[in-house]
Design a protein around this ligand. Structure first.
Ligand code: DX5
Ligand code: ZN
Length: 230
């Protein structure tokens, strides 16, 4: 595997919740870099998933950082709860925060890495004034709310734009891509500058199991490293 290749963050949204602890352990044994946890409130997105209790349950078995993605309105109400539950990073949506600058400061003050997520329709330029407060940018490559959707190809341009903005900032900013990542799309997003690939369905629902799903993504990313962008 090439040095500095893209990190893989399995999203437990696609896991078997009856065997969640075991599935998280399998993912980390297979070399996952982070565990991605999708929090949905039925308001910001048309789906309800989990809350701080589930993050705490995952934290009890995880040895790798928990990357919490809040798809909830007014996330400032629950930052403390997610920090207490063991989140290493907390990403909020630009579209869900009236006072985004303040919210990112609050996440930082809680000792978590602040992240911002962008819906597909939100331009990279929405982050101009707050990029210096973010350690993670999550570029949604599907409309948030559900796993198993198709990667929106037009998002590649946004990944490139944010990679440039991050480089210009001179700060170490992770560029995450979230939604529709598989062995084909991971090459495209890595070539465009993504540093973390979030993947639910193709890891937890891989026909040969979780380790095979992660291995397939790694192999595809390594091919990209060997042959460049194709
Ligand atoms: C979608 C979530 C994603 C999702 C990705 O709202 O933010 O993290 O779980 O799932 P797949 O990989 O199935 O597209
Ligand atoms: Zn997510």
């Amino acid at each position: 595997m090439a040095m500095n290749s893209i990190k893989i963050a399995p999203s437990i949204l696609a896991a078997d919740f009856g065997r969640l602890a075991e599935q998280v352990q399998l993912a980390q044994e297979a070399g996952a870099d982070l565990i991605h946890i999708d929090i949905m409130d039925g308001q910001f997105v048309p789906n309800i998933t989990m809350g701080p209790l589930v993050v705490a349950a995952v934290a009890r078995v995880a040895t790798i950082p928990l990357d919490v993605h809040l798809m909830i309105d007014a996330p400032e109400r629950f930052l403390q709860n997610f920090a207490d539950s063991g989140a290493a990073s907390i990403s909020v949506h630009v579209e869900a925060c009236t006072h985004l600058h303040r919210v990112l400061g609050q996440i930082d003050a809680l000792g978590c890495r602040p992240g911002v997520a962008l819906n597909p329709h939100t331009p990279a330029s929405a982050l101009c004034e707050i990029l210096d407060m973010a350690q993670i940018v999550n570029i949604m490559t599907v409309n948030p709310g559900f796993g198993g959707q198709r990667f929106i190809a037009g998002m590649t341009r946004k990944i490139r734009a944010l990679r440039r903005m991050a480089a210009e900032s001179g700060r170490d900013i992770e560029i995450e891509v979230d939604g529709g990542i598989n062995a084909d799309t991971i090459r495209t997003v890595e070539a465009a500058g993504a540093t973390i690939a979030i993947a639910g369905t193709c890891v937890f629902q891989h026909q040969h199991g979780i380790a095979a799903g992660i291995e397939e993504l790694r192999r595809a990313a390594a091919l990209k490293d060997a042959y460049g962008d194709f």
